[in-house]
Design a protein around this ligand. Structure first.
Ligand SMILES: [Zn+2]
Length: 281
């Protein structure tokens, strides 16, 4: 195993560019599991689970709440759950430590804001499906997203019986209608100026990396993922000097034959693997 780790470290050291792709598996290794009905979920969201019957955070995010007061009780508590300690998890700190001095960019479908928490700057982050600390107009009447930290913390602190007081509920400053978190929960998710800029920065990074030594570091992305995994594999295939490094659990470590010679797969707990890598660095 140590040989594999040394190989990963040497690829990272030599790389001109590192593209990090992360999904749910990375969040899980940092303690946030949005698809699980685990002890954490019961403790944090048990009353919602009883009232509405949903079994995990994702189901809660897609639930058609009967009122704004109830909707915001859930989303503000989700915000508090994601960001309650306001400190990055050890796995995110290790990841940052591993790449902080390199030329890197991140693409992620995680919406928990944990890259930001760990110190990754916004201009190097492409959060494809949004970020739950920002707000937008629910009907997408105008193209702007708003920092929601203050409103969300307020609502998280002041809810009772699964409801937020009406006067705390955010209203769209343009149309006066309801707002929602800037997370892709429906087709009104804003892919406006900010999202496009972020997408462009990601594309620019890839374009500049062309022909150079590129490491594609994939963390906890499911085998069927099309949003991140498929483009990463294509790039590995097309780029002569690319190395594909995938960290995942068990059968999720999938490397197709075509790129096997350019790939390193590590099966294990991502938090432990990244910690090992930082130790050996
Ligand atoms: Zn509006």
């Amino acid at each position: 195993m140590e040989k594999k780790y040394q190989e990963v470290l040497s690829k990272i050291k030599q790389a001109d560019s590192i593209l990090i792709g992360a999904s749910n598996g990375l969040a899980i290794s940092g303690g946030i599991h949005i698809f699980a009905e685990n002890a954490d979920f019961i403790e944090q969201f048990g009353d919602f689970c009883e009232k509405y019957g949903f079994r995990n955070i994702v189901q809660g995010a897609f639930y058609p709440y009967p009122s704004e007061e109830e909707k915001w009780a859930f989303f503000s508590r989700m915000y508090a759950y994601f960001l309650k300690n306001k400190e990055a998890s050890p796995v995110m700190k290790d990841l940052y430590e591993l790449v902080k001095d390199k030329n890197y960019h991140v693409v992620t479908s995680n919406t928990d804001s944990h890259f930001t928490l760990a110190g990754f700057p916004n201009e190097r982050l492409f959060e494809i499906e949004g970020n739950s600390r920002y707000l937008q107009c629910s009907s997408g009447c105008h193209d702007q997203i708003y920092q929601g930290d203050e409103i969300l913390s307020d609502m998280a602190r002041n809810q009772e019986d699964g409801r937020v007081p009406s006067q705390l509920i955010p209203k769209c400053p343009k149309c006066g209608g309801p707002m929602q978190v800037h997370v892709e929960v429906d087709r009104n998710f804003l892919k406006g100026e900010e999202w496009q800029m972020s997408f462009q920065a990601y594309k620019d990074f890839i374009e500049k990396a062309h022909g150079k030594k590129l490491v594609l570091l994939e963390l906890g992305v499911g085998a069927r993922n099309q949003l991140i995994k498929a483009p990463f594999m294509n790039m590995t295939n097309q780029e002569e000097n690319a190395t594909y490094i995938t960290l995942n659990m068990g059968s999720e470590v999938y490397i197709p034959e075509e790129i096997a010679a350019k790939s390193i797969g590590i099966d294990g707990n991502i938090a432990e693997v990244l910690h090992q890598l930082v130790q050996l660095k």
